[in-house]
Structures are given as structure tokens and as C-alpha cells.
Design a protein around this ligand. Structure first.
Ligand SMILES: *Cc1c(COP(=O)(O)O)cnc(C)c1O
Length: 388
């Protein structure tokens, strides 16, 4: 068929550039050790940072909700009615984020696309960090607003772009902890600027929620910006170990989204087991400070070990450790060598990251033990001794 010719050509071009992707098969749960393509390996590339995806209390909450409420939500919440589980989780999330209200979305992707397209449209302007996640980029593109990309975390560049706009409605959007670099946005400075230019601020806390700040409430809470950021987005699928996402803000914002965000209105609500599991995970994330501390300790241990091996590691003080390789093919080869040594780490390549900045993205979990991390460092040491 003609489609197979097209597909074949496209795939061949990706393969030739070292950019083809494939799925690796895992047996069992997302735990510290997994069976990848039939081989035991230490998992160092999951966003299940706190180890909650397979936590007994979280699993039990999902199982109980499945028994009590069934497997599915039946329709969009605006159609067949919303279960109280969803409302309760929204109230807990609003309290967690220090806002009046929160609205659940089916994923971070849905949340970003639906929110950005609601906040801005034709004739408006959106200011987006150059390293923002694909779901933010897609939201910006779909919104129809004029898109201005500022250099990564560069407040002066953002200032210049804001000064040059005539659009009435302006939105600045950034991640708080960047997904592939692990560094933090200068949120206070961004809020200062936004206020000066009368712009709204939206912050994606996908990688900070559950991990950073008091009770894991994120960078916004850590910097006391709850009342200066119009829209706080967070996900349930990363540190909270389950699935879904939310937007926290004023009641006016969440009501506006409930009415107009197409990725909220036109999709079936999250299944009850997922919602109940997320609520259980949120309780643990808020109260188990030791679990959060172990994640940061594990990340610090790996960082200093990698630095001692002479590897080029990204920003300090974060749980996401990019080990820069540059060349895409090289990054994939190293990741395969590491897997053969029993360590599962992905090579991250364009277009996920800018050209020439391929890297291994290493993410420890709270549940990794000292001997797990020592095992990883040995494997890195052997592989990089051959490869660099
Ligand atoms: C993962 C991620 C998302 C998407 O969240 P999902 O719930 O996985 O769809 C959005 N923004 C950032 C920064 C992310 O890393």
C-alpha cells in the first residue's frame, strides 16, 4: 500500500540520522529494578520519582475504587455527571497548591493544550521559554496567538519581547523545573516582569509537584508566588505515580477552563481507580518528607559520582541529571551499553532536546538503595571508560 511506502521512507530517514525510536518491553511494575526486554536492569529513567506508582496504599486505593465505582467514568464530566471522587481530589489539589480551585485534566498534555488555547487566541501574544515541553509548544501553536520564544531562562530577552508587543492579552508560560535539563526557571523575576507588562503567568510544575518545596508543593509555593501566578499546572503521572493532571488557580480561571478548554470538555473523565490512587499518592507525598529527602540525597550521590567520573552533568540541586553526550547516535550506543551492564537509562535526542545536545537523562527514585546506586556508578564507570 502507498502508506507503507511513505512510512518506510520516513522511518529510514530517521534511522539514518540516529533518531528512530522504539519501545522497550517491561515485565512487572515500575519499580527500582525492572525486566527490560527480558533482562534485569536498574531503572534510572522513570519519572516515578517517589516510588508511588507501585506503593501498597496507592495500589489498594485504586483497587478499592475499582470495586466501589467501577473501571470507567462513562463520559465527559459535563455529560454524565461527575463522581464525587474527582471533586474531592480537586479540592485536595487546590489546598495543596494554595489556590481557590483546581480542575482535573486527563494528562499534562491535555492540560497544557486546553489551558493555553483558552487563555490566548488570535490577536493575543504568548511568550514561551525555548526549552518548554512539547505539550506547551502545541498549546501555543493551536491557540492562534502570536508566539514569541525567549531564550532559555533569559529574563532580559523576555523583557525585550514583552516591551515589543502590542497585543492586549499576554501570557508568559514556562516550566518551573525543566524536564530534560532539571534546572529551574527564575519565577520571581518572571512574575516581576509579567506584572510590569500586565501579562498572565502560567507555570508547568510537572517535575516539581511532589518533589520541590514544602510538602512537595512545587517551586511556586517554595518561592511564595501562589498569588502572582495565574495558572499552576501540575501532573499526577510523575512524582505522584499515577496518571492525569490538573490546573490550579482562581475559581474564575477553573470555571473558564471548564467551559472552554476543549481537551476538558470533549474527552471522557479520568477513571475512578486513577483518581482514588492519585488522592492516596498525594497524601503520602505531602506527609512523607523523608521519602522526598531520599530522592534528593540519591540525586546528589549520583551527581557527585558522575562528576568524579569526569562526566558533564547539568544543573545542581535537582533530581533530574542530564549527562551530556552531544551526538545522538553516541547517546543511543551508550544507553545500549549501559543496558547490557544492567542499567536502564534513555538517550534523549532531538526534537525532544535541541540539535547537538543529546544526553542521557538519569532520574533516581527515593526507593533506590545505596547498593543500587553504587551498582549504577560501576556500570557508568565501565561504559564511559570505553566510550569517551
Ligand atoms: C510530562 C510532561 C507533561 C505532560 O504530562 P503527561 O501527564 O505525561 O501528559 C507536560 N509538561 C511537562 C514539562 C512534562 O514533563
Amino acid at each position: 500500500m502507498v502508506i507503507d511506502d511513505f512510512a518506510g521512507c520516513e522511518l529510514e530517514a530517521r534511522r539514518a540520522a540516529g533518531l528512530d525510536r522504539r519501545i522497550r518491553w517491561i515485565d512487572g511494575a515500575q519499580d527500582t529494578w525492572v525486566t527490560v526486554d527480558g533482562r534485569r536492569a536498574l531503572l534510572l529513567c522513570s519519572n516515578n520519582y517517589l516510588g508511588l506508582a507501585n506503593h501498597p496504599a496507592v495500589r489498594e486505593a485504586a483497587a478499592k475504587a475499582a470495586v466501589d465505582y467501577g473501571a470507567g467514568a462513562g463520559a465527559s464530566r459535563l455529560i454524565s455527571g461527575s463522581m464525587r471522587l474527582h471533586r474531592e481530589l480537586e479540592e485536595q489539589l487546590a489546598a495543596f497548591k494554595g489556590t481557590d480551585a483546581a480542575l482535573l485534566f486527563n494528562s499534562g498534555y491535555h492540560a497544557n493544550v486546553g489551558t493555553i488555547t483558552t487563555l490566548v487566541g488570535n490577536g493575543d501574544a504568548v511568550f514561551s521559554d525555548e526549552l518548554n515541553h512539547a505539550s506547551i509548544i502545541d498549546g501555543c501553536r493551536l491557540s492562534g496567538a502570536c508566539i514569541r520564544i525567549y531564550q532559555h531562562n533569559d529574563v532580559e530577552h523576555l523583557d525585550a519581547l514583552l516591551a515589543g508587543t502590542v497585543a492586549r492579552r499576554r501570557l508568559v508560560v514556562t516550566e518551573s523545573v525543566f524536564s530534560m535539563d532539571g534546572d529551574r526557571a527564575p519565577l520571581t523575576a518572571i512574575c516581576d516582569l509579567a506584572e510590569r507588562y500586565n501579562a498572565m503567568v502560567m507555570v508547568d510544575e510537572a517535575h516539581a509537584t511532589g518533589v520541590v518545596g514544602p510538602e512537595g508543593r512545587g517551586v511556586i509555593a517554595a518561592e511564595g508566588l501562589q498569588h502572582r501566578v495565574a495558572v499552576q499546572m501540575g501532573t499526577l503521572g510523575k512524582a505522584l505515580g499515577t496518571f492525569g493532571a490538573f490546573v490550579a488557580g482562581s475559581r474564575a480561571v477553573t470555571d473558564w477552563l471548564l467551559n472552554t478548554a476543549r481537551s476538558f470538555v470533549y474527552t471522557t473523565a479520568l477513571p475512578p481507580p486513577v483518581v482514588a490512587a492519585a488522592a492516596a499518592a498525594l497524601r503520602i507525598a505531602r506527609t512523607d518528607a523523608e521519602r522526598r529527602q531520599r530522592l534528593h540525597d540519591n540525586a546528589e550521590y549520583l551527581r557527585s559520582a558522575f562528576e568524579q567520573l569526569g562526566l558533564r552533568v547539568g544543573a545542581r540541586g535537582t533530581h533530574i541529571l542530564p549527562v551530556f553526550i552531544s551526538d545522538s547516535g553516541h547517546a543511543v550506543r551508550i544507553s545500549e551499553r549501559l543496558l547490557s551492564e544492567g542499567v536502564f537509562v534513555q538517550g534523549i535526542r532531538p526534537p525532544t532536546v535541541p540539535a547537538g545536545t543529546a544526553r542521557l537523562r538519569v532520574t533516581p527514585m527515593s526507593t533506590h538503595k545505596a547498593e543500587d546506586l553504587a551498582f549504577a556508578v560501576e556500570a557508568f564507570s565501565r561504559v564511559f571508560a570505553e566510550e569517551l
